[in-house]
Ligand binder design. Structure first.
Ligand SMILES: *Cc1c(COP(=O)(O)O)cnc(C)c1O
Ligand SMILES: [Zn+2]
Length: 405
């Protein structure tokens, strides 16, 4: 397939075999461009590599890489949608992935690229889900895997990475700098860093959009809401919708909504002020740790894209995020705080009457609730304790209470 890398800002072109993810001229992120794809089609098979082969830059499909990432369910909301009076509300449940977050999609496509270039070492800079994902896939492919985390990360978050036995390195210093440092280290040490917004991770996230189109029978939703941090996922989902549109598979692109937490919302801040460049957030703080990036590497590109396609950017408070997390649990979905941000955003947009009631919305639910159980401290529940001898009377009591409700 004819593809190359192009700068998202100045359009400078680079070879597809380049493993450096940013532009040498303006340092903005690169993305994969396809030269005149002739009527690309959805293929057969269940893996994203097989189904979306025409939309991915891989000559061969390497089955050994895949752990069945993607193919996640799109579930219709039973409670929140009705409560909010929305026509149709769906959750794209990414917590079904092999390491319980959408990151596995981009890890698989990033890994495919690294292997096609002959790399024996991979790595990432992450505070959580991406580290877990890269460590798991690296271990499976028997590659030397380097995970750089910033100091101060709680043990609760380190153990789920360490279980896969990567080279786990705790670095003291600025997390944003670490992203750029890792790219330099990668060049000198022969490590392919599959960081958050590298072009081949973005290619993996496209399949979220492809699957949504297929699951809705190519009847486009009005809105797709995505919690954003580095920006790789939003970029991928938009790119997916655009490529299906260009292929003539869908007749429009949904309104894209980027969701952030009030305690760390560099994209929303710049978007609201009409600025072209994001500014670093000082002292970021939110319960949604997975999206707490004060200076996202694809921040400027998200702004360019949202402005170009008429998207929205909305911030929600930790209190609204926790309320949305509980509402989703009432419908059977236990997700991590970052993954509850889309529903919190929808609630806010409905309350402010910024979206129509008869619309259809897809919330991209990025990761599972067991990822971050410390967030449950905010939730107090006291189970009733009884003696086994009292079990009959206890159930009578519950039945009585029910009857009198
Ligand atoms: C990584 C992550 C995000 C943010 O994705 P980006 O590509 O960094 O914008 C959102 N939610 C969860 C659960 C994540 O792990
Ligand atoms: Zn450039």
């Amino acid at each position: 397939m004819d593809a190359l890398l192009a700068c998202t800002k100045c359009d400078l072109k680079f070879d597809l075999d380049s493993d450096y993810p940013r532009c040498h001229a303006c340092s903005e992120p690169l993305e994969v461009h396809y030269a005149n794809i002739d009527k690309p089609q959805i293929g057969k098979g269940t893996s994203i590599f097989e189904r979306y082969r025409d939309f991915l830059p891989f000559e061969k499909v390497n089955r050994a890489i895949s752990m069945g990432e993607g193919n996640t369910p799109l579930i219709q909301s039973q409670i929140a949608g009705k409560t909010l009076g929305i026509g149709s509300l769906f959750y794209k449940n990414e917590s079904i992935n092999p390491t319980w977050s959408f990151k596995d999609r981009g890890t698989a496509t990033g890994l495919a690229h690294a292997l096609s270039l002959g790399f024996q070492k991979i790595g990432t800079v992450s505070t959580g889900n991406m580290a877990t994902s890269v460590a798991a896939y690296g271990s499976r492919s028997r590659l030397e895997t380097y995970i750089l985390v910033s100091k101060g990360m709680p043990a609760e978050k380190l153990a789920p990475i360490a279980i896969y036995h990567p080279h786990l390195i705790v670095v003291n210093g600025d997390y944003g700098d670490l992203y750029y440092k890792s790219l330099e280290i990668g060049k000198t040490s022969g490590i392919y860093f599959i960081n958050s917004d590298v072009p081949f991770r973005v290619e993996g996230s496209k399949a979220i959009a492809f699957e949504i189109c297929e699951q809705l029978n190519f009847d486009m939703p009005d809105y797709v809401v995505v919690p954003v941090s580095a920006g790789g996922n939003l970029r991928g989902i938009v790119k997916g919708f655009e490529e299906f549109y260009q292929a003539g598979l869908v007749d429009r692109i949904p309104t894209m909504v980027a969701g952030q937490a009030s305690g760390c919302s560099p994209v929303v801040n710049a978007f609201k002020r009409g600025e072209n460049l994001i500014s670093r957030v000082k002292e970021p703080h939110t319960i949604a740790h997975a999206i707490e990036n004060p200076m996202p590497p694809s921040g400027n590109q998200m702004l360019r894209k949202l402005n170009k396609i008429g998207g929205l950017a909305v911030r929600v408070t930790d209190r609204q995020i926790i309320a949305a997390q509980h509402l989703m649990a009432r419908e059977g979905l236990f997700v991590q705080p970052a993954a509850a941000v889309p529903l919190a955003v929808v609630q806010k947009l409905v309350a402010k009457r910024q979206i129509e009631n008869d619309c259809s919305i897809v919330c991209v639910v990025t990761g599972g609730g067991l990822k971050y159980t410390a967030a449950l401290d905010k939730f107090s529940f006291k189970p009733r304790e009884i003696d086994i001898a009292d079990i009959e009377s206890e159930f009578e009591r519950i039945a009585c209470k029910k009857g009198s409700e």
